[in-house]
Structure formats: C-alpha cells, structure tokens
Design a binder for this molecule. Structure first.
Ligand SMILES: [Fe+2]
Ligand SMILES: [Fe+2]
Length: 265
C-alpha cells in the first residue's frame, strides 16, 4: 500500500537522522557579542522549548500504545518519539554548554499544564480517540515549524552559528514529523474508521486548550514572562499569536482531508 510504504520510508529517514546526528557537546557558541539581557532571554526561551520537546515525547505515549497493533504506524511513532527526546537533550545541552545554565524548576502554570493536564488529556483521548491525540501532536508540530523558523533568524543575527545548525537539524526532523502524522491520519481512516463528529468536537476542545497554553493575548498571565523574552529577542507576540491561529486551522484542515503541501522537503 502506497501510504504504508511512505511511512516506512519516513521511519527509515528518522533512524538515519538519529544515527547521523552529532553528539550534544558538538553544539556550543561563544556569547561575548550578545548583551546580558538577550543572553538571559535566550537561555530561558530555549529551556522552555526544550521542556516542551520532552513533554511532546511523554504526550505521545498513549497514542503509541493505542496504535501498537499496527506495526508500521507503531515503528514510525517510536522513532518520532525518540526524535523529540533527542531535541530535548540537544537543546538542554546547548543551553548548558553555551550559557552555563540548567533549569531546575518550572513555573506552576507550566507544571500544571505539561505534567498534569496534557498527559491526562492524552491518556483520555489516546485510546478511544487517537485522531484527536494525533491532531494535538500535529498542532504542536505545525506551531514548532514557525517557532524554529523565527529562532533561526534571530540566532543568525546574534552570531550563534552552532544554534543555527542545531535548529536546522531539528527543523528537518519536524518536517518529517508533519508528513508522518499526515500519513498516519490517512492510514487510520483507511484501516480503522473514518473521522466522525465526535473526533471533530473533541479536537476543537483540545486545540482550544493548546491555544490557551500558547496565547500571547494581553490577559495571558501565565505567559507574561515568555512575552518579555520574546520581546527582548525581537519576536513579535502578535506574530506568535498568529502562528497559533494558523496551526489551529491547519490542524482542523486535516479533518477535512486538506494536507498542506511541502511538509516534507
Ligand atoms: Fe521536536
Ligand atoms: Fe516534532
């Protein structure tokens, strides 16, 4: 079957990417030219993104278990999960080696969302409504595509050449992830069942929570610090908000069978 062959190919690419990736200690920059304010913003923002990558890995576990019986899908998802773990380790390592910083604790809002709410939501939907859980993963993948794109431009501006390289490696993986989830969506509907109204309602509700997590609207008290860091680095909170909206609509488009072109280049 054509789609299964594509997924096998993506799994192979993922396995190869893991083998070819340079070790964590290969990513370190000199920061003498970067102002102390920006150093602080960089280390905090990258630490937050590293935590989100780790949460993505955990968040995927119920879906991986739910789709265990479909070998091709399972093999792909395991590699995808390992990629997220690698992204976490690479970013955390970069922050430690470049800024001498290691985040020991996270905010209450972050712990509530990523350690309690998100895993619970994933556990609930993963088994009975894997399409919703897959859509949530897809939402974060689409959003991360924009975030890494912005980070690369800013890292270039600050002369953080190894960070640029690191982001390029991650971006390549994320493009593969988009293609992977799109393919699994098709395989699931072909082999198990078609999307129905429950998937759609549940997904809308789940995506609303994800958007609240990321929002940069003035009332978003939980993202106040993030907003300061984005502004310090030169990322417009409005642009961030716009990216969340685009990710939301792209994600719902999956349910209408609209696969965006260029996910994997
Ligand atoms: Fe990732
Ligand atoms: Fe990803």
């Amino acid at each position: 079957m054509e789609v299964e062959r594509k997924l096998k190919l993506l799994t192979e690419y993922g396995t190869k990417a893991a083998l070819e990736c340079q070790p964590v200690d290969a990513f370190r920059d000199e920061i003498l030219q970067v102002s102390p304010e920006r150093v602080d913003a960089w280390k905090q923002l990258l630490s937050s993104i590293a935590s989100t990558e780790a949460s993505e890995e955990l968040f995927m576990s119920p879906v991986v278990r739910a789709l265990e019986s479909q070998a091709v899908v399972f093999d792909y998802l395991k590699v995808h999960q390992e990629d997220e773990n690698r992204h976490h380790r690479l970013l955390r390592g970069y922050v430690k080696q470049t800024f001498g910083y290691e985040r020991k604790s996270r905010s209450l809002a972050s712990r509530l969302f990523y350690d309690a709410l998100l895993p619970q939501a994933s556990e609930l939907t993963g088994k009975r409504y894997p399409l919703t859980a897959l859509a949530m993963i897809y939402f974060y993948e689409v959003f991360s595509k924009y975030v890494y794109g912005e980070l690369k431009i800013l890292a270039e501006r600050d002369g953080l050449t190894r960070l640029v390289k690191l982001v390029e490696i991650i971006e390549k993986d994320e493009r593969r992830h988009l293609a992977g989830i799109e393919t699994i969506f098709g395989i699931y509907q072909e082999n198990v069942r078609k999307v129905d109204f429950r998937d759609l309602y549940l997904t809308r509700a789940a995506l609303l929570i994800a958007r609240i997590d990321l929002t940069q609207k003035p009332w978003a008290f939980h993202n106040r610090k993030l907003r300061e860091r984005l502004l310090c680095l030169g990322i417009s909170p409005d642009r961030w908000e716009e990216c969340g909206k685009t990710a939301y609509h792209t994600c719902l488009g999956l349910f209408r069978g609209e696969i965006p072109s260029g996910s994997l280049s």
